[in-house]
Design a protein around this ligand. Structure first.
Ligand code: TRP
Ligand code: SF4
Length: 322
């Protein structure tokens, strides 16, 4: 029995890496069995940063869809679609933009951060309206549950406020939506910082086994452990940190005792990752070779999504006298 409706999305701003896989996608795969799930590629959101590189969005849109399927999202269990295929999101975004105070948007931490980080001389209306579009994404499906990372909590809070304000003004249409926080320790990247495409420290789902081995070889370890029998300090070591996120941190004692060396330890990690990723990569290759299969999945997903979105918009227009 389904517990309710669940929705989540990712921006196609890059290839998906191990952090995306273990922190989000693997969880989505589990949740597709428990909820009526909608998973989408937020390509309009990607325009807030890549508006002058739309050919990249075109590429990542497909690559992310391939990663979704390869990781185990099943189009028979959930709807997998592209945001811009459902024009109703844009209509609801426009209507929400009329009832959302600008002061709510100015307060969003990610807005302030992006403004600084991107060295933008100008801030677009779209960047400021990012959470409004996200609210439309969620509320148009009347989703009850939204699995996201900690960083998305302010956006979810605004979505709830936008929904409540709409209900107050025009009548009860949108249910309350809740963030579902994934309990997952951030995955360290090659340099020990959080794995992120912007740090260029990521292992990608689409990397080959050889690339994975080569990347793991460059990983940051204990700089004081030079010889195999030097006692090591696993706490600051990226190899140890990554193994720990997989519950495979049993080398701690041997590292401290100088019984193992970093070269062997890295080989163990590389083998472990390649074992985890090989079936996913095989499905990836198959999908790359059959683009028409991917088109079919996305068309079927859009059809499922559009049906719900159209129903919601009919209610919204009626409530607003349009
Ligand atoms: N803002 C989300 C992110 O960057 C992506 C996103 C867009 C999303 N619309 C959404 C997530 C709706 C959940 C629900 O990760
Ligand atoms: Fe890290 Fe392993 Fe080297 Fe210890 S032996 S420092 S855990 S790579």
């Amino acid at each position: 029995m389904s517990k309710g409706r669940l929705l989540s999305g990712m921006q196609p701003t890059g290839m998906l890496h191990l952090g995306n896989l273990e922190g989000a996608l693997a969880n989505w795969v589990k949740l597709q069995d428990e909820y009526e799930a909608f998973y989408f590629i937020a390509d309009w959101h990607a325009l807030t940063t890549l508006y002058d590189k739309t050919e990249l969005i075109k590429d990542y849109r497909r690559q992310v869809a391939i990663d979704f399927l390869a990781a185990g999202l099943d189009p028979n269990k959930c709807a997998i679609f592209v945001q811009s295929d459902i024009k109703e999101h844009a209509e609801l975004y426009l209507l929400f933009s009329m009832t959302t105070p600008i002061s709510w948007l100015e307060r969003v931490p990610s807005f302030k951060e992006k403004q600084e980080q991107l060295h933008l001389e100008t801030v677009s209306l779209g960047l400021m309206g990012y959470p409004v579009l996200q609210a439309a994404d969620i509320l148009i499906y009347k989703a009850n549950v939204v699995p996201v990372g900690q960083d998305q909590l302010p956006h979810l809070e605004i979505s709830r406020e936008i929904g409540r304000r709409f209900n107050y003004l025009y009548g009860d249409i949108f249910p309350d939506c809740k963030a579902m926080l994934t309990q997952y320790a951030a995955m360290p990247g090659l340099d020990g910082r959080k794995m992120s495409k912007s740090y260029e420290n990521a292992i990608y789902i689409a990397d080959t086994a050889e690339e994975t081995v080569a990347k793991v070889r460059t990983m940051f370890t204990d700089p004081l452990k030079i010889h195999k029998n030097d006692p090591g300090h696993p706490e600051g070591c990226a190899v140890y940190g990554l193994m720990k996120t997989y519950g495979q941190a049993d080398m701690h004692e041997d590292c401290v005792a100088g019984k193992i060396g970093c070269v062997g330890c890295k080989m163990r990690l590389a083998n472990f990752l390649n074992e985890r990723l090989t079936p996913i990569r095989e499905r990836r290759c198959e999908l790359e070779q059959h683009p028409e299969k991917l088109d079919e999945v996305l068309a079927a997903g859009a059809e499922k999504a559009r049906k719900v979105a159209k129903e919601s918009m009919a209610e919204v227009r009626e409530a607003m006298n349009f």
